[in-house]
Design a protein around this ligand. Sequence first.
Ligand code: DQA
Length: 144
Amino acid sequence: MKTILVLNGPNLNMLGLRQPDVYGHDTLADVEALCRKTGDESGLEIEFQQTNHEGKMIDWILHARNRVAGIVINPGAWTHTSVAIHDALIAAEVPVIEVHISNVHRREHFRHHSYVSLVAKAVLAGLGTHGYQLAIEHLAHLNR
Ligand code: DQA
């Protein structure tokens, strides 16, 4: 069975508690359950991770090389700051879908630029946690 790596960046462990007006009431555990259900329905194995440490995120991305069929990543604030995550995603050489729960383009100007979009096959923003499901379904479609 092919594997999809779902990666979550800083502060996403606070989902459900943090700014529910912006990010909704689903917790990270709810998002993980949604991803696993979508994986089961799509015949894909899901590896689900969250970290507040950039180096750890980079290690997971690089370890994906030659091993997984795709990466779904919500890089959180690193979206807007991290050349290192951008470089790691290129080195991984697997299809990347960038997901944001909120519509970053309706928010502060500093959220409008993404280092990850430059290397992502697609970007889903503003669909809430449903974006994760759609990203996994698209990777399943590509791997059919
Ligand atoms: C986010 C948007 C980012 O700008 C923010 O820093 C986050 C979450 C989102 O899912 O909407 O932490 O990636």
